[in-house]
Design a protein around this ligand. Structure first.
Ligand code: ADP
Ligand code: MG
Length: 698
C-alpha cells in the first residue's frame, strides 16, 4: 500500500514513508514509540543546551554532572578484561582536555571522527583520572567553532543505533510540511490560565528553539495537556464511580468504633481524626470507596484502618486486610490482636503456611458470613477462599501489589457485594503530587506523628571510623539489643566498586562481628529462606541481620536499636528514611541510625536533609526534587499515570492549574460532547485507551 508518488504527507503517514527512513530506521523509531509522522512531530526534546549551560573542561571535577563542547583529538576502541569494548575519545576545548568513555558502544568509532566537535553531557567519573561518561551527546560536525554558536541545541531522547543527530535531522526535514496541519484543540481560556502558547506555536518553538525561554514555554504547552488529560480522567473516573451508587451504604452506628476509641491507651492525633472522618464519610455513602491512606512510617495508619474495619463489622460485614508478605501479615495479625483484645475480637490469620486444618476452619468462618477481620497475603483472594460477605478490603503497602491483584480483591469474584477498598502506603508524598498520581482515588494524608515517639539518633561516620562504629554495635549487642547492617548491592560488580552484602557478610563474621549470631538476607534468596531468617531475627535468635534493601518495608523488631547503613550515598533519601523507620519502634529504647562511608560533597549535601529531619514528607519532597520519581514510582508501582513531557514534581504548579481547568471543563461539559470540545475529546481518547470506556461515543 505504497502511497502514490507525491501523495500528501499527513500526520497519520507511517514513518516508513518518510524521506530518510528505511526499514531499519523504522524499526529503531518504533523503540522510541514513533510509528507515524505525528509521533515524530510529538517526539520533543527533553533538554536544551546553549552557551550558558556549557562548562570549561579544565574546571570539571569528579562527581560533577556537566555539559561541555570539545573537539576530538584522538579516539579508539579499548577492550576490557570482561570482553566489553569501550569506545574512547579525548576531547579538548580552549581550557583543557578530558577522556570520554562509551562502554559497550564500539560502533561509535564509525560515527565520531577526528576533529569532530562534540557537545557532551553527563557525569564526570573517576577512572584513571577524570573521565567523562556522556549520557547524551551531539556531534556538531567537523571543525565546528567549538561553541554552540549562540544556538540553542535541542537534545532528543535517542536510542542505540539512532543518534540524537539523526532524529533531529528527520524532524527538521519534515517540520515545514507537518506543522501547518496541526490545530489547537484546547480552549483559549485554558492556554491563558496556564500561560502557554497554542499547539502549533509550541511545536515550532520546541523543535526550532530561538531562545531557551520560548522552547520551555512550548514544552509547557505539551506538559499542560498531559497533566490536564490525567486530571480529566481522574475526575471522570470518580464522577462515574459516584454515579454508579453500587457500594455499601454503611451506617455509622458508633458501637464497635466508639468502644474501640474509648479503649485506646492514647488520644488520636488530629490527622488521624481527620482521616477517620474522611473514610467514614466515604464508607457511609452509597458509592464504593476507593481511597488511599498515606502516611509516614509510624504515623499510625493501622489504628485508622481499624476504625474502618470496625465500621464494616458493626454493619455485619467481613473485612480483609492484605499484606505483601506472610511475615507482614502475621505482624498485622499480632498488632490487631492487641488493639482489639478489649473488644474481644480476634482476627483470623490466613496464610499459605497455616496448616490445612487451620485453613479449613478459617474458610468455614469466611463462608458463614459472620462479621470478622481476616488478615493474610494474596492467599486471601486465592481460589477457595470465599468471603460470604466481604464489605471492606484493606490493602497495605499497596504499591507492592500488581493492579491485577488489587482488582481481584476489590471485585471479590462472583460476589454480589462490591467491597469498599482502602489502600495504605507508607511512602509519604506531597498532597499535590498525590492528587496527580492517584487522583482517581480519594486521598487521605496522615501528616502528623503521634507524640511520644523516641527520636532516632542519626549520624554520618567516615570509613575510618569503621572500627569504632562496630565496637558500638557490639556494645549494643552486649546490652541485649539487635542491629541491622545494610548494604546497597547483592553481587560484587566490577564497575561499581562497592562492598556487596555477601562479601561484607563474610568479612564481618570473621572480623568485627566474630562470635555473634549473624545472618544474611538478600533479595535473590528464595522467599521461604528469607522468611526463616526474618523470623529468627524477630524471635531474637540472631544478633545482627546483614541485609540489602529487602528490609525496607520489613517487620517490626522492637528490640533492634541500630540501623547501620553502608554506602549511604547509593540510596535515595526516602529509602534511607524507610530503613530508619525500622528502628526506634521499641518501648523506650534509644535507637541509632548510622550512615557509614566516605561520601562526596554533593552526596553530603543531599544526605544532610536526611540527617537533619525525621519528617518523611520533607525528605520525600527533597528526594523527588533531586532524583525525580524513579524511586518512588518505579516499575513496581503500576497503576499510576506516566508522563512523557510533564514532570509532576517540577510542574507542580502547572499541574494545579491543570487540575482546576479539568474541573471547570467537566463542570461545563461532563462528557466533552460539545462541538467545541470534540477534537479535544478525540485526542484524549487517542492518548489514553482507558478514556475509551469513560467517554463512550453515542
Ligand atoms: P504506621 O502503620 O503508620 O507505620 P502504626 O499504625 O504501626 O504506624 O503506629 C505506630 C505506633 O504508634 C504503634 O505502636 C501505635 O500503637 C502508635 N500510635 C498510633 N497512633 C497513636 C497516637 N495517636 N498516639 C500515640 N501512639 C500512637
Ligand atoms: Mg503499619
Amino acid at each position: 500500500m505504497t502511497p502514490a508518488a507525491g501523495a500528501r504527507l499527513t500526520l497519520e503517514t507511517p514513518v516508513t514513508y518518510l524521506k530518510g527512513v528505511g526499514r531499519r530506521r523504522a524499526e529503531l523509531l518504533k523503540r522510541l514509540n514513533i510509528f507515524t509522522a505525528r509521533d515524530l512531530l510529538f517526539h520533543i526534546p527533553h533538554r536544551y543546551e546553549d552557551a550558558s549551560t556549557v562548562q570549561q573542561i579544565a574546571k570539571l571535577r569528579v562527581g560533577d554532572d556537566a555539559t561541555v563542547i570539545g573537539k576530538v583529538i584522538s579516539k579508539g576502541i579499548l577492550p576490557t578484561r570482561k570482553g566489553l569494548r569501550v569506545f574512547q575519545a579525548v576531547v579538548q576545548d580552549a581550557s583543557g582536555l578530558i577522556e570520554v568513555g562509551w562502554p559497550g558502544q564500539p560502533w561509535l568509532d564509525r560515527q565520531i571522527n577526528q576533529d569532530d566537535v562534540l557537545l557532551l553531557s553527563g557525569p564526570v567519573r573517576f577512572f584513571h583520572g577524570r573521565q567523562f561518561a556522556p549520557r547524551e551527546w551531539v556531534n556538531l560536525g567537523k571543525d565546528a567553532d567549538g561553541t554552540s554558536g549562540g544556538r540553542v541545541l535541542s537534545v532528543y531522547p535517542a536510542t542505540e543505533g539512532m543518534s540524537v543527530k539523526v532524529i533531529r535531522g528527520l524532524i527538521e526535514a519534515h517540520l515545514d510540511v507537518l506543522l501547518p496541519q496541526v490545530e489547537e484543540y484546547l480552549p483559549a481560556w485554558m492556554l491563558t490560565d496556564a500561560g502557554v502558547p497554542s499547539l502549533p506555536v509550541a511545536l515550532a518553538a520546541v523543535h526550532r528553539p530561538v531562545s531557551l525561554a520560548s522552547a520551555l514555554a512550548g514544552r509547557n504547552r505539551l506538559a499542560y495537556e498531559e497533566l490536564l488529560f490525567v486530571h480529566i480522567l481522574h475526575r471522570r473516573a470518580r464522577q462515574l464511580a459516584a454515579e454508579k451508587r453500587d457500594g455499601i451504604a454503611y451506617v455509622n452506628k458508633r458501637e464497635l468504633t466508639s468502644r474501640f476509641r474509648e479503649a485506646l491507651p492514647f488520644q488520636l492525633t488530629k490527622a488521624q481524626v481527620r482521616c477517620v472522618r474522611e473514610i467514614v464519610a466515604d464508607m457511609c455513602s452509597d458509592s464504593r470507596m476507593h481511597r488511599l491512606l498515606q502516611g509516614d512510617v509510624g504515623a499510625g495508619k493501622t489504628v485508622v484502618a481499624v476504625f474502618a474495619a470496625l465500621l464494616a463489622m458493626e454493619n455485619g460485614y467481613q473485612v480483609a486486610i492484605m499484606a505483601p508478605t506472610e511475615l507482614l501479615a502475621e505482624q498485622h495479625a499480632r498488632t490487631l490482636d492487641k488493639l482489639l483484645a478489649p473488644l474481644g475480637i480476634i482476627p483470623v490469620l490466613i496464610t499459605g503456611s497455616r496448616s490445612a486444618k487451620e485453613r479449613k476452619l478459617a474458610a468455614t468462618r469466611l463462608e458463614s458470613g459472620e462479621p470478622l477481620i481476616a488478615v493474610g497475603t494474596h492467599a486471601l483472594v486465592a481460589d477457595g477462599t470465599k468471603f460470604a460477605k466481604l464489605g471492606l478490603a484493606i490493602i497495605d503497602e499497596q504499591h507492592r501489589f500488581g493492579v491485577d491483584q488489587r482488582r481481584i480483591l476489590s471485585e471479590a469474584r462472583g460476589a454480589a457485594i462490591k467491597p469498599d477498598v482502602l489502600l495504605m502506603s507508607a511512602t509519604p508524598i506531597p498532597r499535590s503530587l498525590a492528587l496527580t498520581m492517584y487522583g482517581d482515588l480519594g486521598v487521605s494524608v496522615l501528616d502528623e506523628r503521634p507524640p511520644g515517639r523516641e527520636p532516632v539518633t542519626t549520624a554520618l561516620r567516615p570509613e575510618s571510623a569503621h572500627g569504632k562504629v562496630f565496637a558500638f554495635v557490639n556494645r549494643q549487642i552486649d546490652a541485649g539489643r539487635q542491629a541491622y547492617v545494610v548494604y546497597p548491592l547483592v553481587e560484587e560488580s566490577e564497575k561499581v566498586q562497592l562492598k556487596a552484602a555477601t562479601t561484607a557478610f563474610e568479612e564481618l563474621t570473621s572480623g568485627a562481628l566474630k562470635g555473634r549470631r549473624v545472618a544474611l538476607l538478600h533479595g535473590k534468596m528464595p522467599a521461604d529462606e528469607k522468611d526463616a531468617v526474618m523470623r529468627s531475627f524477630r524471635d531474637g535468635s540472631l544478633d545482627v541481620l546483614v541485609a540489602t534493601t529487602v528490609i525496607e518495608v520489613g517487620i517490626d523488631v522492637p528490640n533492634a536499636t541500630v540501623m547501620l547503613i553502608e554506602h549511604p550515598e547509593r540510596f535515595g533519601l526516602s529509602q534511607l528514611h524507610q530503613m530508619r523507620g525500622r528502628v526506634g519502634r521499641g518501648a523506650g529504647l534509644e535507637s541509632y541510625c548510622i550512615l557509614l562511608g566516605d561520601v562526596g560533597e554533593e552526596a553530603m549535601n543531599r544526605l544532610q536533609v536526611f540527617l537533619d529531619s525525621e519528617d518523611g514528607f520533607e525528605i520525600a519532597r527533597e528526594d523527588l526534587r533531586l532524583r525525580g520519581m524513579g524511586d518512588l514510582f518505579g516499575e513496581r508501582q503500576s497503576g499510576v499515570p506516566t508522563f512523557r513531557v510533564a514532570d509532576p514534581i517540577k510542574d507542580e504548579e502547572l499541574s494545579e492549574v491543570a487540575r482546576v481547568g479539568a474541573e471547570r471543563i467537566l463542570a461545563e461539559d461532563p462528557e466533552l460532547k460539545r462541538p467545541a470540545h470534540k477534537m479535544m475529546q478525540q485526542m484524549l481518547v487517542r492518548g489514553y485507551g482507558r478514556a475509551l470506556e469513560m467517554f463512550r461515543v453515542g
